[in-house]
Write a protein that binds this ligand. Structure first.
Ligand code: ZN
Length: 158
């Protein structure tokens, strides 16, 4: 591994452990040239998860984009970044486990809504209202109907 500080190719691994719930191995390496330490991650090459947008366009699943969308919906809400990351991970896992290929983006939206509902009601409603912009209105209304049946939404404090 080329040292990111000095470019030396000789290093030794000083620590090695599982990361990302066992999906990667994190290694601390020490450069034998400059003695500085850096980290590398080893992961299995992932099979890309293709998503079909409503426009019909297909693109690889983008977890960062999903996290950004959820973070937007949870802004100023008592939801921790770790909860957002976990939610995105669960959604991705559910999509990988599903037999739909490519995965319709609507499935991802519904999966997020389903989980967000249990996490924070305001975030759920925000995500649903953004989601409405690019999904069939009937889906949104159905989701909203489900929520209202389960628990009436509270007004967000100004
Ligand atoms: Zn070095």
């Amino acid at each position: 591994m080329r040292c990111p500080y000095c470019g030396n190719l000789d290093d030794k691994v000083v620590d090695s452990r599982l990361a990302e719930e066992g999906r990667s191995i994190r290694r601390r390496r020490e450069c034998l040239g400059c003695r500085r330490r850096y980290t590398t991650f080893e992961r299995a090459e992932e099979v890309p998860l293709l998503v079909r947008k409503r426009s019909g366009r297909e693109e690889p699943f983008d977890r960062a984009k999903l996290i950004a969308g959820i973070r937007q919906a949870t802004k100023n809400r008592p939801v921790a970044q770790s909860e957002i990351d976990a939610l995105a991970e669960q959604v991705e896992e559910a999509m990988r486990a599903s037999s739909l290929r490519p995965v319709p983006s609507s499935e991802i939206g519904i999966e997020v809504l389903e989980r967000l509902r249990h996490l924070d009601e305001v975030a759920y409603l925000r995500f649903a209202s953004v989601y409405k912009d690019f999904q069939e209105l009937t889906d949104f209304e159905r989701e909203l109907g489900l929520l209202q049946k389960r628990s009436p939404p509270k007004e967000e404090a100004p």
